[in-house]
Write a protein that binds this ligand. Structure first.
Ligand code: PMP
Length: 371
């Protein structure tokens, strides 16, 4: 047994960076309302606006606004439902079958409650949503296309640049992308994306923090009614400490991106090579994100996860949001993967080769015992 438990569930959440934590703690003492007109409030307001500007610079955005939210789920809801409530006549939405629940269920709600027509695109055998499928699904009536950049269960990377270009060229629809699993891991091409959502806790930030990036001209109806915070699109006293530290979180994530990618690639290659010698089937894709390996064994994942846990390893079988559901994973089902035997191993820059070796040892042990 290792001295320390080993974390291989970075797609679910990440440890807070020590520098982020230090800054966040200091900011918590600046408790003033960012909308207050006395000096202390104005100082917090200015720091928050500076953070907004820095986030835009880090992402190379010019004509966009950053709307601070409680995370990616809220950002996704705001993009999708906020647009639908904004008075457009168009009533058709295109999305995919393997979006995160916060996109999938927001779109479903619009279909169920408001009668929107939805086209759900199915990923191909390589795990990707094809731009030509988006093109074929576009209608005069399409209001929104929402396709994620990197899938959180299978790690496939979608070409959101081409999809966005097609949406812009061939329709009057808006293109939204959930970039929660790609930001800070790989380059995110945002030039042809109208709205994008991300979360701080996936990039070593604080929980309950994230943002929606939105082209300035897009008007959304707020889902949280209130004051004029966040351009009038999200009411409520600003969570200024979290919003301010998000800029630092993102700066650190982007600064460390290349180094982490290289580290994770080495572990990924080693583990795939070792897995090829075992009774293991790889579900993730060679051109997918290196940070995620999805694989199946002949043993039920429940049994495997339990064994890993007992041996000091934290790993998941699917998206954590669905981990307490009894329904099969929507993501894995649409790729014809048996959800009962799949394991999602998600790596981070902190993982080491020694940890990966230990993981392989325990995997072999479990297969010998149960396989
Ligand atoms: N989108 C994706 C792709 C995710 O992986 C997650 C986190 N599971 C979310 C959205 C939701 O993020 P948050 O926890 O910040 O609401």
């Amino acid at each position: 047994m290792p001295d320390k438990r080993i974390y291989f569930d970075h797609a679910a959440t990440t440890a807070i960076d020590s520098e982020v934590l230090r800054t966040y703690n200091a900011l918590l003492e600046q408790y003033y309302n960012s909308d207050a007109l006395y000096d202390e409030g104005v100082a917090v307001y200015r720091m928050q606006e500076k953070a907004r500007t820095l986030i835009k610079q880090l992402l190379g955005l010019s004509n966009s606004d950053i709307i601070f939210t409680s995370g990616a789920s809220e950002a996704n809801s705001l993009a999708i439902k906020g647009l639908a409530l904004a008075g457009f006549k168009r009533r058709h939405i295109i999305t995919s079958l393997y979006e995160h629940a916060s996109v999938y269920n927001a779109v479903k709600q619009l279909a169920d409650v408001l009668g929107y027509e939805v086209t759900y695109l199915k990923p191909h055998k390589d795990g990707k949503i094809y731009p030509e499928d988006v093109l074929a699904a576009l209608k005069d009536d399409t209001l929104l296309v929402s396709i994620m950049h990197v899938n959180n269960e299978i790690g496939a990377i979608n070409d959101i640049d081409t999809i966005g270009r097609i949406v812009k060229k061939y329709s009057g629809a808006y293109f939204h992308s959930d970039i929660t699993q790609s930001l800070g891991k790989i380059a995110v091409p945002l030039d042809n994306v109208d709205m994008a959502s991300f979360s701080a806790h996936k990039i070593h930030g604080v929980k309950g923090s994230g943002a929606l990036i939105k082209r300035r001209h897009i008007k959304l109806e707020p889902l949280i009614s209130g004051g004029q915070q966040e351009y009038g699109m999200r009411g409520g006293t600003s969570n200024a400490p979290a919003n301010i530290v998000l800029a630092k979180t993102l700066r650190l994530a982007i600064t460390n991106e290349k180094e982490n990618y290289e580290k994770v690639s080495i572990l990924n290659e080693y583990m795939l090579e070792e897995m090829s010698k075992l009774k293991v089937e790889i579900n993730s894709f060679p051109d997918g994100i290196k940070h995620l390996i999805n694989f199946s064994t002949p043993v039920k994942s429940e049994v495997m996860l339990n064994y890993f846990n007992l041996r000091g390893i934290m790993v998941s079988s699917r998206s954590t949001c669905g981990s307490r559901e009894n329904e099969p994973s929507r993501v894995l089902s649409c790729l014809d993967i048996d959800d009962e035997r799949a394991i999602r191993l998600s790596l981070g820059g902190e993982n080491t080769l020694a940890e990966s070796r230990y993981f392989m040892e325990i995997l072999k042990e479990a297969l010998e015992k149960y396989g």
